[in-house]
Design a protein around this ligand. Structure first.
Ligand code: NAG
Ligand code: NAG
Ligand code: NAG
Length: 389
């Protein structure tokens, strides 16, 4: 018993410790991924600047049509002033790292995502709670899943004032149970989706062909996965010592190749292990960090600290990052394409260079990877909601 509690505590401490390195290694990671993405995405460089479009209530009522791509559009000032969708101080789930209450500029809270061909439905938390009564929704991935998860919890929480909830912890997950509706919302920590296991006399092994946690995941009714940030991290902070690739143990390998292998293993797992009549599967697209002004057409700018406005228009000058290109390619090759829905939030998140905590969350260092809550992840969840029903 004492041992169990102890290891839970150690695990949580470990998770927090790893999270803190997100900031430190962000810069390294970006340089690395830029190197690759620049080579591939050179052709995609266009700059389009539009002035902020103000949209009317009538437009708000436009109905979603089935051929509308919700992920293509631009950020506009919300003249109905329903953004932010909740006040940060009223949501008990937001961790300090995402809390931008002390940010002096407030403009970043006033934008809404406007798809080009239709409107995004409002997030209806009660609707989610009713339809998922007795069910479980699970977010699986790294700290960007945590970012998304906490936004989702807040959106549900504010939809029913005074709603009861309790929290359940295991060594790998946290679950919030909204008791009145018997809805379980879980975050399952998994940096790579594939396994990292400690092998006696070897060490920590990243196993590109193995997903043991899948047995737990597939019991849920909705799964939302994400992975990328940790694939390119090097020593001393990489959370593994060896990689197992097709039965062979190697000290290291091309990380992009490793990412592709891991992703393919995950796709195969979904195709063969998940019951599509019970469980819906989503992939949360790469969100994108902002470290180099030349990515958004302002060469010389370093980091996101001074950014208070999104990139206007619907095209991100830096193009689609490598990780997102790989995800799209892998998903396109699937045998059963309908079994995974891509929440294609990459470009819309890249446009929000103003959405990060930067140095406003009370932590040392500058976070240009995660997003403030309330903020951009609330839009991810509006899109998730629209895609779920
Ligand atoms: C959130 O609520 C607090 C306390 O009521 C208030 O001071 C703050 O201005 C609110 N923030 C926003 C963005 O409305
Ligand atoms: C977490 O707990 C499960 C079952 O309780 C156990 O099988 C697993 O090894 C534990 N994982 C870690 C990382 O401690
Ligand atoms: C932000 O702006 C201030 C004042 O103009 C400037 O001193 C600082 O270097 C800028 N910071 C970054 C990261 O560009």
């Amino acid at each position: 018993m004492a041992k169990g509690v102890n290891s839970t505590f150690v695990y949580i401490l470990g998770a927090m410790f790893m999270l803190s390195f997100v900031f430190v290694f962000e810069a390294m990671l970006t340089v690395f991924s830029r190197f690759y993405s620049d080579a591939i995405a050179k052709k995609l460089v266009h700059i389009e600047r539009k002035t902020t479009r103000i949209i009317s209530k009538q437009q708000e009522e436009k109905i979603i049509t089935s051929n509308c791509n919700l992920f293509e559009g631009s950020w506009v000032i919300d003249d109905d002033a329903i953004h932010p969708l909740y006040n940060t101080t009223t949501c008990p789930f937001i961790r300090n790292i995402f809390d931008c209450t002390n940010r002096p500029d407030r403009q970043y809270l006033k934008y809404k995502w406007q798809p080009s061909a239709c409107n995004l439905p409002r997030f209806d938390g009660r609707d989610v709670l009713r339809k998922y009564k007795g069910k479980q929704i699970m977010f699986i991935g790294d700290s960007l899943s945590l970012n998304n998860y906490e936004s989702f919890l807040c959106l549900l929480y504010v939809s029913v004032p005074g709603m009861n909830y309790k929290t359940k912890l295991t060594n790998q997950s946290v679950t919030v149970i909204f008791e009145d509706y018997e809805v379980l919302v879980t975050l399952f920590n998994s940096l790579f989706l594939v396994d990292v296991e400690v092998e006696p006399n070897i060490g920590r092994v990243l196993k590109l062909n193995s997903i043991k946690n899948g047995e737990i995941w597939k019991q849920a009714d909705v799964l939302i996965f994400n992975t990328w940030l940790w694939w390119t991290r090097g020593k001393p902070k990489q959370p593994w010592d060896y990689i197992e690739d097709g039965g062979k143990l190697v000290k290291d390998m091309n990380r992009i190749t490793a990412f592709k292998r891991g992703l393919n293993t995950w796709v195969k797992w979904v195709e063969t292990q998940v019951d599509p009549t019970k469980t819906k599967v989503f992939y949360q697209g790469e969100a994108g960090s902002h470290h180099h002004g030349e990515d958004w057409g302002e060469p010389g700018v370093k980091g996101c600290s001074n950014e208070t406005r999104p990139v206007m228009g619907s095209i991100y000058p830096g193009g689609l990052p490598l990780a997102a290109q790989i995800v799209k390619k892998v998903l396109k090759k699937m045998r059963k394409k309908e079994s995974i829905f891509l929440l294609d939030i990459t470009i819309l998140s890249h446009l929000r260079k103003d959405g990060h905590p930067a140095n406003h969350n009370g932590y040392k260092g500058i976070d240009c990877t995660h997003f403030c809550l309330s903020g951009v992840p609330d839009t991810w969840n509006q899109l998730f909601y629209a895609s779920l029903f």
